[in-house]
Design a protein around this ligand. Sequence first.
Ligand code: ATP
Ligand code: MN
Length: 478
Amino acid sequence: MSQRIKIKALLQTTPAEQEVNVKGWVRTFRNNQFIALNDGSTNSNIQIVVDFQNTDEALLKRITTGAALSVTGILVASLGKGQAVDVKATNIEILGDSDPEKYPLQPKKHSLEFLREIAHLRFRTNTFGAIFRVRNSLAFAVHRFFQEQGFVYLHTPVITASDAEGAGEAFKVTNLDLDNLPRTENGEIDYKQDFFGRATNLTVSGQLEGELGAMALSDIYTFGPTFRAENSNTTRHLAEFWMIEPEMAFYDLADNMDLAEGLLKYVINYALEHNREDIEFLTQRLLDEEKSKPQQERSEMSLLEKLQFCLNNNFERLTYTQAIEILKDSTPNKKKKFQYLIEGWGADLQSEHERYLVEKHFKKPVILTDYPKEIKSFYMRQNDDGKTVAAMDILFPGIGEIVGGSQREERLEKLEQRMDEIGIPKDELWWYLDTRRFGGCPHAGFGLGFERLVLFVTGMGNIRDVIPFPRFPKNAEF
Ligand code: ATP
Ligand code: MN
């Protein structure tokens, strides 16, 4: 019996009447004669030609959509259009039956909402096969980018005692008996009796620990799961998402922006080179979807063009203050079309503003810098104007914020003063402050939301469709 060959490799093999073995799942079975078999190695199927007159009737009946097969046969040049080779079956073995009456995935178009409910099976569709192969490539490319530049992949803790951002949106981690919580004299929950002897939560960011690594290893990056109990039911937020967080010693804000822009372009280019077929499929999917929309709502560029455009153009860099001027004078602001009108300097930018800048005004990725310190985190380096910090956010078309970063405040005095101002307990972060006490140096870093990157590269509209099993309010199925 021949060794199994994956369909991707098989489709590139020159047919010479050789015997081959393929395994996969049936997508369709037409005319009792043609099986479209897919094994996930590529978007394309291999066509299996069945000699139905010489095949047992009972076996033919079991070749149904979703069934798992092992097929041995002869590789021949295809007579049909659309594929170069066929396998003329000599032996078909059913590895797993699939009851056609009950199998939820029919060979027709299903809505993304329906597929989300059967996320355990949606990998078997063309769309999700393409998405998860692209996701895989992007993850690999992220590692390759950093490894090529000598960054150290650092694993920061998933359970932490610090609510770094002070955002209060962390999931608590406890093994206290919730039906019988131990209490202190004041009636508060006594976390001293908890597993770690203190209150703990799932990490909302690995940044603070990442900085500790950078203060010795120079350049580190994290790539791990992050958790936020924010009740935001948007197409851009998950309760569990993956974040890439590089931290670099001796980098300033400009170096930081260069690295982030370089990373984004590198990984997008990698996906274009290695997942051409999938991205072309997703581009066509989007074109088909947009056909039902009125002309003015359709995208000006196809997915493929958008990705190319992103590679071929420098990201627009401007300050928050410049952005506010543009937004104040913008048509949607004057005509009161924004939900949150921009009155003046100091306003926090909402996604409608970010998207105006990127999609309408500049029509390309934008990096905004030097935000008011009041709307940014305590660890960002204070600028000399006393009002702004050396922050940078990268905004992408269709996505909004994809990267958030800054030069970090390395001056102990300034950092402590800012922590006091906004009430962050210094004693809890003694270890963080220590790096400023002992050999502190200018440094910078950022966080890239991995799923937002996958959204951009796949052209999907909802973040729940680019992670295998999304976690969001009221949903933790699978
Ligand atoms: P947003 O304003 O969009 O909520 P944020 O300011 O809370 O983002 P950061 O705390 O700076 O984001 O996190 C860094 C990056 O992580 C963001 O730029 C984004 O790409 C991603 N990110 C943040 N929150 C989520 C989430 N809930 N789900 C998926 N990705 C997220
Ligand atoms: Mn947020």
